[in-house]
Write a protein that binds this ligand. Structure first.
Ligand code: FMN
Length: 416
């Protein structure tokens, strides 16, 4: 790394660790790929398989990565001698970087206490943190830890006139959540084979192999002892306080879906007065539909390759969707971030910010509590170095010339 980057990034302290610890972490884990390798050995097998495994034979994950690697940024020199700043505004709020933590269910399986670690790291770094509706922390607790950066993701709980879904949105509003994200891209439940083969099933019946792999992960066990079993904390008010984890898992299996209809999006739009985002868009006409219903933003995403492995890479769908939406809504993107270079690619192709899921879980799996801040540090530094190299700022990243042969081209809609 060039000296000016070192000096600059040392000043730019986003993480929780002190300067000496941060240098140590950077030496041992200079990229997110190092964290992934370490996580594989550091947490029980089922925890790693849960986080790392995709649909089918991981083909969707591989496609996301391949498609990102194929996006080339063409540099322009002689424009600037300084590394760019990364601060941005999203939905009228300031954030330190165009990088967010994607909503996730069950991060506490990967590292007990993970939801708290993610919320704290995001607040410290001032980057968006999206709590998942099946995450392991209540909206109210998250709002205490991350008051300036909290977003909330909702799946579809449609029973009794959407009673649970509407109540979760009411609680989010009362807690001060800034952005509500409705996930659209889980219309069916699909299987992630690595997860099933490692013993994560509903109903949940832990076996001997699971117990053994926990015993072989003493730091993970210590975190479990300190934080307790993972829970579906947000759902407990609808289940009864003494509901077991198995009962909660059955409730989620039977009552939760991820496929809001457009009519339902419109109903949430009527109720939720703050910024509303739909997550999981891969077609410009779906983006158009969302914009027509008055959403403020959308996330171009293939759910990180976790649904089926025939979906296109989200990065390949991004330019057409960004062109369709223009300035009528904020275009966000996720699915495949392994570095700040990937974030820069997404900005160049029209996203206002990129979210990462697995990268944060690899950080947690490798480093426990210190993981999320180290991931943020790496992503921000790599983003600045990439933009600095190609002669761009965050604000004008979309003017960077790009070679993107995989970009999807959609037929123009027929009139009427
Ligand atoms: C373990 C795990 C759990 C997830 N749970 C949810 C969820 O509850 N709701 C949701 O909208 N997306 C969920 N996602 C998808 C992420 O929000 C995001 O779209 C995806 O992880 C982005 O791809 P990446 O992992 O390659 O960064 C989950 C992803 C992972 C890895």
């Amino acid at each position: 790394m060039d000296d000016s980057v070192k000096t600059d990034s040392a000043k730019y302290s986003l993480g929780a660790a002190g300067p000496a610890e941060r240098i140590g972490l950077r030496r041992r884990y200079p990229t997110i790929a190092y964290l992934r390798r370490r996580a594989r050995r550091h947490v029980p097998r089922f925890a790693f398989e849960y986080l790392d495994g995709g649909a089918g034979a991981d083909g969707g994950i591989a496609r996301n990565w391949r498609a990102l690697d194929a996006v080339e940024l063409i540099p322009r020199y002689g424009r600037t001698t300084a590394l760019p700043a990364t601060a941005i505004e999203l939905f009228g709020r300031p954030y330190a970087a165009p990088i967010g933590i994607a909503p996730m269910g069950g991060p506490a399986i990967v590292w007990p206490g993970a939801d708290r670690c993610l919320a704290q790291a995001a607040q410290l770094a001032r980057i968006p943190y999206a709590l998942g509706s099946v995450g392991g922390m209540t909206i109210e607790a998250a709002a205490k830890l991350a008051p300036d950066v909290l977003w909330f993701q909702l799946y579809r709980f449609a029973d009794h006139g959407h009673a649970v879904g509407f109540d979760l949105a009411r609680r989010a509003e009362a807690a001060g959540v800034q952005v509500l994200m409705l996930t659209l891209d889980v219309p069916v439940r699909t299987t992630r084979p690595r997860e099933v083969a490692s013993g994560i099933t509903t109903p949940f019946r832990p076996g001997l192999a699971m117990a053994l792999s926990m015993a072989l992960s003493p730091r993970w066990l210590r975190a479990l002892w300190k934080n307790g079993n993972p829970r579906f904390s947000n759902l407990l008010p609808y289940l009864g306080a003494d509901a077991t984890l198995a009962q909660a898992a059955l409730f989620v299996r039977d009552r939760m879906r991820g496929a809001f209809t457009w009519d339902e999006v419109a109903r949430y739009r009527e109720r939720w007065k703050r910024p509303l985002v739909v997550k999981g868009i891969l077609h410009p006409q779906d983006a158009e539909k969302a914009v027509a219903l008055g959403v403020d933003g959308l996330v171009v995403s293939n759910h990180g390759g976790r649904q089926i492995d025939a979906l296109p890479a989200a990065i390949d769908a991004l330019p057409a969707i960004a062109a369709q939406v223009g300035t009528r809504a904020t275009v966000l993107w996720d699915s495949g971030v392994r570095s700040g270079v990937d974030v820069a690619r997404a900005l160049a192709l029209g996203a206002s910010a990129a979210f990462a899921g697995k990268a944060f879980l690899w950080g947690l799996g490798a480093l426990g509590e210190d993981g999320p801040s180290h991931v943020i540090d790496l992503l921000v530094e790599e983003l600045r170095a990439t933009l600095g190299q190609v002669g761009a700022e965050v604000a004008d990243a979309r003017t960077v010339e790009v070679r993107h042969e995989g970009a999807l081209r959609f037929e123009a809609p027929s009139p009427g």
